[in-house]
Design a protein around this ligand. Structure first.
Ligand SMILES: Cc1ncc(COP(=O)(O)O)c(C=O)c1O
Length: 419
């Protein structure tokens, strides 16, 4: 720093308009507080560290360091190392009955990068895509970063209301502006917890074909089912490359390694490849080698039942705590899997406004507006159950219920404050 007789000169930056739609994520901010002493966080979507396959990863890493360091520490292949793409091809065939070739797969830095890529590759700025309402906050960020409009379709217990989607598509077609794709999270939705029914999956495919609009199927939680039986993936019913499918190792292996993937039409994948050359040249090569060994050694298969056992208990504890404590004018989803419950509270309550009170009372959540591209609704919250302990789930929901009661009482005594 220059001092003494020098004048302080500040560089005045001008910023591109690209980021003007983007707001700092409440989730990122909350993640910073996750370790605040005494605060129980239902905020982030973090896996329980007890699920991380630490010993297995330690053995894998020791082997890689010993036997494959020349490749694992080298620049990678933009599309992803071939052995990993082969394992992913095997994985999606076994778990989701998806047929594809290695060439139709791109390994990405988490599926977040794939979300950014689909929006960037398929949509001109200013054009629209369809999402569920609510939708994943990271998808909102990715679309906002690319200046893509989002048109939300309401959900119910069976996922996206495809009857409403049909109406919307028909209106958009009449207006000469069909969306560029339809984005869905069919299993244990983030944030809503709902699962798209088989009937609606079929309807969705029909609509995609009728209107010639691709579907983007984002499936990070598919393996984390605690109740009920699996519903076929949309991609497995795809008649002809209408579906782009994305998956991730974040929710079953570890998020820190940042390995995800996107698969679909070969030309689309080649465009993602071009984009990745500009973004990062390739996904982290060491992580790719780790993910390859993890799949090759079939560790995922052994790990999933353990994860399910841990999360099922937490999910049950969460639903019990909610029914024991939450005010009677609230309701919430009852997910068969995944990591989230979506709660709708007293319509007079603005959950964003209430967050400060909640944190003061020792509990955090993510308010519903974060998951509404146009901030449509204010009385929802996403509550995560994968990260907190069962004890913290009980105590945190007790604190949250108290917070809701205090907030409602304050609004009641002074309605102007609710504005
Ligand atoms: C629906 C959905 N898609 C994508 C992601 C991104 O996951 P990652 O980038 O860790 O693979 C998440 C993470 O929470 C998610 O919930």
């Amino acid at each position: 720093m220059l001092t003494g007789n020098y004048y302080m000169i500040y560089m005045k930056f001008t910023f591109s308009s690209m980021l003007s739609e983007m707001k700092p994520s409440e989730i990122r901010e909350l993640l910073k507080m996750a370790n605040t002493k005494g605060l129980i966080s239902f905020g982030g979507g973090m896996p329980d560290p007890a699920t991380f396959p630490v010993e297995e990863l330690e053995a894998i890493m020791a082997d890689i360091f010993k036997n494959s360091s020349a490749n694992a520490f080298q620049y990678g292949v933009t599309q992803g190392i071939k052995p990993l793409r082969e394992q992913i091809r095997r994985l999606v065939k076994e778990t989701e009955n998806i047929d594809c070739t290695e060439d139709q797969i791109n390994v990405t830095s988490g599926s977040q990068q794939a979300l950014y890529a689909v929006s960037k590759v398929l949509v001109e700025p200013g054009r629209s895509v369809i999402t569920e309402l609510p939708t994943y906050v990271g998808a909102i960020s990715a679309n906002n970063a690319n200046k893509v409009n989002m048109v939300g379709i309401e959900m119910d217990d069976n996922g996206m209301r495809t009857d409403l989607l049909e109406d919307k598509l028909s209106k958009m077609k009449a207006g000469g502006k069909l969306p560029e794709f339809i984005y869905v999270i069919p299993n244990f939705h983030n944030p809503a917890g709902y699962t798209l029914s088989l009937e609606r999956r079929k309807h969705l495919i029909e609509l995609a074909v009728d209107y010639n609009v691709p579907i983007v199927e984002d499936n990070p939680y598919g393996e984390l089912r605690y109740y009920g039986s699996k519903i076929p993936s949309i991609k497995s019913m795809d008649p002809d490359n209408y579906v782009i499918y994305m998956g991730t190792f974040s929710k079953v292996m570890t998020p820190g390694l940042r390995i995800g993937y996107v698969l679909g039409d070969a030309e689309f994948i080649s465009k993602v490849n071009l984009l990745k050359q500009a973004l990062d040249l390739s996904t982290n090569t060491l992580s790719e080698y780790i993910a390859y060994e993890y799949l090759k050694r079939d560790i995922m298969k052994k790990q999933i039942p353990k994860n399910i056992e841990i999360y099922r208990k937490k999910r049950d504890a969460m639903l019990k705590a909610l029914s024991d404590n939450f005010p009677s004018n609230s309701k919430w989803s009852k997910p068969d899997g995944g990591m989230f419950v979506w709660a709708t509270v007293d319509p007079a309550i603005d959950t964003t406004r209430m967050l400060a009170r909640s944190v003061k009372n020792g509990v955090a959540y993510i308010s519903g507006v974060s998951f509404h591209p146009n901030a449509e609704k204010r009385n929802n919250m996403r509550i995560n159950f994968s990260y907190p302990s069962v004890e913290d789930i009980h105590e945190g929901i007790r604190r949250l219920s108290k917070t809701l009661e205090e907030e409602a009482a304050e609004i009641e005594s002074s309605p102007a404050k609710a504005q």
